[in-house]
Each structure stands twice: as C-alpha cells, then as structure tokens.
Design a protein around this ligand. Structure first.
Ligand code: PDD
Length: 284
C-alpha cells in the first residue's frame, strides 16, 4: 500500500505529493512543524501539540492554514488513509509560496503538509533496556529555540557529529558550559542526592510535550523537578542522565563523551519514568 500525504488541500500518494519550488519553507526554512506520536490508533497529547503549533505560528506572525477542528480532521484522515496504529504524524506549516524576498509576502496562502509513517514503539522500549550513548556538541542555534521551526541546520549538524562519534544523540552545550537540550530531545539529570533536574523553559529551549508529560508523571511519584541549567561537568557526574522526546519517551543515556554515567547502565529513575510513559501512551 502506498503512503498517503495531505498536501495543500489534497490527499496524494507520497510519490506525487509535492510543493512549489518557491515555497518559503524550501527557500528560507520559513516554517514550523510538529511530530505527534500515534499509539494504538490514538494521537498522543494532541491538544498540547496543537497549542505548541499555534504558538509557533503566532510567534512568527504566520497565518494558520485552517482552524484547529479542521486540522484534527486532516490528521485523522491521514491516519485513516494510511491505516496506521503505531506511527508518527508529521505536520508542517510554511508561510507559503511567493516571489523570493526576505520580507513577508503581502498575500500568500500558508503551505500545509501532513504525513505519517509507521513506528515501532517496541524498538524504543528495547533501546531503553540498554540505554544510549550521547556526545556533547556546542549549541550554535539562535535565540528563539522555543519556536518549533523547520530551520534545523545546527541540530542536523550536531546530530550527525554525534552519529559520526558513535552516539545516538547530541547533547548541546551553550557558551557558559551549560547543557541546553539534545538535537531533537530535552535532557534531564538525576543528581547523586536524587534530585531530578532539567533546564528551564525560560532558557531558550523547546518546550517538549514529552518533557511536560514526564514531569507530571514524576510529580505523581513525589519526585519534584528542579528547572535549572546544569553544566556538562555536572552531567558527567550525575547519577543518571536521560532524554525525553516524542520518538524516544524517557530514554536513559548511559555514556556521554565516552564517560560512563553512573555505573553505565540505565538507572532506576529513568527506567521507572520510561515504563510509566509507555503505560501512559498505552492508556491514552
Ligand atoms: N523533536 N528539543 C528539540 C530541539 C526537539 O526538536 C524536540 C522534538 C524536543 C522534544 O519535544 P517533544 O517531546 O515535543 O517531542 C526537544 C521532534 C521529535 C523531531 O524533530 O523529530
């Protein structure tokens, strides 16, 4: 069965789904996006993902392609036509097609694309049993990382550098030596005295939807979360390190820059949070 995409008003087989070469998403990365998990045929945390998309568009003075209700219909229709149960939904909105000029076009219809692909959450759970290796990289991004923009070149370069060094994810570090987030994940640590720490949303990172869900789970376990920046050295010396994202849940990081975190195996806090997050997705 061929995959079906929604592109600017039409549902098309993926090989025919295309956008105009003067779409500003293509020329300027003038677009925003979301990745939403689908588990057992249900969209996980749909409303927070829509809230964040609307916020990203508003921050960039970008018009929405349709209202939220209509957008949900499109999401569900893409899921239905692709007959997916466990999958990732990709949503992208751009400022549309216009003659190339840096300033905003006077009148352009927003570009809107939705695709989905099957995704095996079993692989994620299996990966969490051994944990992943990460590699630090300088954070060379801009000052508005709170916006989920398609302008991802620094993230792409960091992720590739991590992969080249045998890692699964890049841990980004700012000019003060503090961890910001991953190339496509939020980063957390558990200190040796058992405190759960992750960088504040006020501090130029993406407000991860999984970050919020995992935080709620942790608080339900009477594990308060400290929102503060922590250094790369603190991360090396942490009892546990883990990352959160739609595609990774709460994933233990067992090695950073070739140094073992804790005893080099997934710790109890990350393991418990991952199990609870998988449970939350199962019950959503
Ligand atoms: N990435 N930080 C960055 C820079 C991200 O790109 C992402 C998500 C996250 C985690 O956010 P969430 O929990 O809402 O997935 C944090 C998506 C998955 C991606 O680009 O594929």
């Amino acid at each position: 069965m061929s995959r079906i995409a929604y592109v600017n008003g039409a549902y098309l087989p993926l090989q025919y789904a295309a956008v105009h070469i003067e779409d500003r998403g293509y020329q300027f990365a003038d677009g925003v996006y979301e990745v939403v998990a689908i588990r057992h045929g249900r969209l996980i945390d749909l409303e927070p993902h829509l809230d964040r998309l609307w916020r990203s568009m508003a921050e960039l003075h970008m018009a929405a392609p349709m209202d939220r209700g209509a957008m949900k219909v499109v999401y569900r229709e893409v899921m239905r036509r692709n007959r997916v149960k466990d999958a990732l939904l990709y949503v992208q909105v751009t400022r549309g097609v216009a003659k190339r000029d840096h300033g905003f076009p006077a009148a352009a219809l927003p570009g809107f694309v939705v695709t989905c692909r099957r995704f095996d959450f079993g692989t994620v759970a299996a990966r969490a049993k051994t944990g992943i290796k990460a590699v630090s990289q300088p954070d060379i991004r801009w000052g508005r990382c709170d916006i989920k923009s398609t302008s991802l070149l620094p993230n792409v370069l960091a992720k590739q550098a991590a992969k080249d060094a045998g890692g699964f994810e890049a841990v980004l570090v700012d000019a003060d030596g503090k961890v910001t987030e991953g190339s496509s994940t939020n980063i957390w640590m558990v200190t040796k005295d058992g405190r759960l720490v992750t960088r504040s949303l006020e501090d130029n990172i993406l407000p991860g939807i999984t970050r919020a869900a995992v935080r709620e789970i942790a608080e339900g376990f009477q594990m308060p979360v400290e929102d503060r920046a922590f250094s790369l050295d603190e991360a090396y010396g942490a009892a546990e390190l883990f990352l959160t994202s739609t595609t990774s849940g709460a994933m233990p990081v067992v090695m950073l820059d070739g140094k073992k975190i804790g005893d080099g195996t997934p710790g109890p806090v990350a393991t418990r949070l991952m199990a609870a997050y998988m449970d939350f997705m199962d019950r959503a």
